[in-house]
Design a protein. Structure first.
Length: 274
């Protein structure tokens, strides 16, 4: 439980800010697509070396980077938008992962890849997650200004700065790294939840980017704590419990936050009358 709590904190600090930038760039579904795109690489690592942390991590990173770079290159060099190119490469990658698994000819235990095993994190997995989080925080500090500009006006950034390709492709690599980090704890199907759901909740409460980042991290970590406690007391899987807790936080925000369905009426201040 202590390792799981530390892993949730590391994911909240690293993966959730990446999810917020995905949300602001209107690329939320990209995270879900990329989480499936790393499957063939992780499957190859598993088939070749068994339950090897290094092999599955390297395989997932390579597969995710290839899909992200190919989708980004097609989007910047053709008339296809990034969502269309990403969908095409993601579907091919997912199909390749299924074929790789089926070629083995026997039932493989890949449940921890699909759904994660946050309560089974060992020291090496925890160090890997913490290392990716540290790298992500340093990269975000270096690329913060171009990333913010690209969220709101990518054409302007391309026109005034040479950092546009660096910010674009660097951000895609950070997405892949944090998805690979997340699948060791939450699996490929759940890793994107800790990225997007707290970010969406924070977006409903705050207007300033710095406030959104802080609130998203707090919601993500709080969801981890509540999910782990629910898993312990209700005897349910920890990974889905964590993501479900983040989903509950999103639903509450959707109804009560100033940017939600009813929050605008709840927080409306009376106008001054002369």
């Amino acid at each position: 439980m202590r390792r799981a709590l530390a892993g949730c904190l590391a994911l909240a600090l690293g993966a959730t800010p990446i999810g917020l930038f995905l949300l602001l760039r209107r690329m939320s579904l990209m995270g879900d697509a990329m989480s499936h795109a790393i499957l063939p690489g992780a499957a190859l690592g598993y088939l070749a070396f068994g339950l090897s942390l290094g092999a599955m991590t390297v395989g997932g990173i390579v597969a995710g980077v290839v899909v992200a770079m190919a989708a980004g290159l097609v989007a910047r060099s053709s008339i296809l938008k990034e969502d269309a190119s990403l969908a095409a490469f993601y579907l091919m990658s997912l199909a390749a992962g299924v074929l790789i698994v089926s070629l083995r000819g026997r039932n493989l235990d890949l449940l921890h890849v699909l759904f994660g095993s946050v309560l089974g994190l060992d020291d090496n997995s925890l160090l890997l997650i913490a290392g990716i989080t540290t790298l992500t925080l340093f990269a975000l500090a270096l690329l913060y200004r171009p990333l913010v500009l690209e969220c709101f006006d990518p054409s302007y950034l391309r026109g005034v700065s040479r950092l546009s390709p660096v910010a674009h492709y660097g951000f895609l690599i950070l997405v892949v790294l944090n998805l690979v980090s997340g699948f060791h704890a939450l699996g490929t199907l759940m890793a994107v939840g800790i990225m997007i759901l707290p970010a969406a909740s924070a977006r409903l409460w705050a207007r300033r980017l710095t406030a959104m980042l802080a609130l998203a991290v707090a919601i993500a970590f709080g969801s981890g704590v509540v999910g782990l406690l629910s898993s312990f007391h209700a005897d349910v899987p920890a990974g889905p419990a964590i993501v479900f807790s983040a989903g509950i936080a999103y639903l509450v925000s959707l109804f009560l936050a100033p940017g939600g369905l009813f929050g605008a009426r709840l927080y409306r201040l009376p106008h001054l009358e002369s």
